[in-house]
Design a protein around this ligand. Structure first.
Ligand code: NAD
Ligand code: ZN
Length: 371
């Protein structure tokens, strides 16, 4: 098969590229080497066996060239992260996807399948249980609550603390940030227009993906990278809230495997799948595991700040994709070991987060608790 991976020079895209090459496919990459993710041009991890095309998914001309002769598209290119931007996400993520679909339609390209990268962000807070009222899908917490350091979610009817449940694909979506709004729109566009054009489409909602090649230059994405750069620079890692918020961390090679699986299995067509592990890890635990792995003692700054709109707990229910045969193969501790080995091979690691922390606070992304 001749396959296009947009964003194939990036973290997840490049692992999909490698998995496809391993599987014997011909691969083309369309990537604009966006900054700050890429600081040094074409990353050295990129396989020379893939055809690299420098270009922008927002430009119809670049899309036309990149799609020529292609049978399958993995659409990974996107602007990510927790930034105050709004229009950038609409432009890079929604409009670019719209143009991609228009080129495919208008040129009557013989595309056999499109797989689009979506995100856990579409769920907002996801699924919880109230001991009195059963299953509920709460709104994100308000600023007043967070300022008082009252971290857990409460039932809107009885105020009891809610227990997080694994979030499945039937959970109503509630994207809270421009980024997640854009990811949900991308998924809907690809699935609906795919249906209209008779092109099988699949949307994968990645949970928190980590592993080698996650950009160390982008201070807005990748909690493992942000913590790593702080620990290695002898700075106290900043943990938002009390550190007991949980996330589902999935190793990047498992995410790449999920992509190949849905490419091959027609049962996946026109569906949406969570890609995670089903295992919850507290953010404090991540710092602890990382500092052990780097053999550094750290004193995190904790409980001083929070990010408005951030969710408290989110873990994937992976029943749907498991039914296609997906099982995560890399446990968190092993994935972190492999990630830390990679970081150690990267020479001096600069801390980019601290430089933008002030800006994030100024623009209201990061807020402080009451003294
Ligand atoms: N990393 C995660 O935890 C995570 C979680 C959920 C969803 N996702 C999604 O997965 C996909 C890949 O993310 P990633 O973590 O590998 O990020 P990344 O930044 O490493 O990769 C994205 C790649 O896309 C390229 N790109 C960005 N804008 C482009 C444009 N306009 N034209 C061409 N190329 C462009 C970048 O240069 C980069 O190489 C994205 O769609 C992202 O929204 C990632
Ligand atoms: Zn209740």
């Amino acid at each position: 098969m001749k396959i296009l991976v947009t964003g194939g020079a990036g973290f997840i895209g490049s692992h999909i590229v490698d998995a496809l090459l391993n599987d014997g496919h011909e691969v083309r990459i369309l990537d604009n080497l966006e900054k700050p993710t890429h600081q040094q041009g074409i990353p050295d991890y990129l396989s020379p066996e893939a055809e690299f095309m420098e270009g922008d998914v927002r430009r119809v001309e670049d899309l036309r060239k990149a799609l020529d002769g292609i049978e399958i598209v993995f659409h990974e290119a996107a602007t990510g992260g927790f930034t105050p931007n709004i229009s950038t996400y609409i432009d890079s993520n929604i409009l670019a996807t719209a143009r991609l679909l228009e080129v495919i339609r208008d040129e009557r390209l013989p595309i056999k399948k499109i797989i689009v990268a979506s995100s856990v962000g579409v769920y907002g807070e996801g699924k919880y249980n109230c001991p009195k009222h059963g299953i509920i899908f709460p709104h994100v917490r308000m600023e007043e609550q967070l300022k008082r350091r009252d971290w857990e979610l409460r039932c809107p009817s009885c105020s009891l603390a809610l227990k997080p449940l694994p979030t499945d694909e039937m959970t109503p979506v509630r994207p809270e940030k421009a980024y997640s709004v854009s990811k949900f729109s991308q998924e809907r566009l690809v699935l609906s227009i795919g249906m209209e054009l008779g092109i099988p489409a699949v949307a994968l909602r990645y949970f928190l993906t980590y592993g080698p090649r996650q950009s160390l230059f982008n201070p807005y994405t990748g909690v493992c990278s942000i913590f790593s750069t702080m620990i290695l620079n002898g700075m106290p890692p900043v943990i938002f809230e009390d550190g007991w918020q949980t996330r589902d961390f999935v190793f990047v090679e498992d995410v790449a495997r999920a992509n190949l699986l849905v490419m091959k299995d027609p049962r996946a067509n026109f569906r949406v799948f969570n890609v995670g592990t089903g295992r919850a890890t507290a953010i404090s635990k991540v710092v602890e595991i990382l500092s052990k792995a780097y053999k550094r003692k750290v004193q995190p700054r904790i409980g001083e700040q929070f990010r408005l709109g951030e969710v408290r707990h989110l873990v994937a229910d992976i029943t749907q994709i498991a039914q296609l045969g997906f099982a995560p193969q890399v446990p968190f501790e092993e994935g972190i070991r492999r990630y830390v080995d990679w970081i150690s091979s990267q020479g001096n690691i600069h801390d980019y987060f601290t430089a933008v922390e002030e800006h994030l606070r100024g623009s209201g992304v990061i807020r402080s608790c009451q003294q």
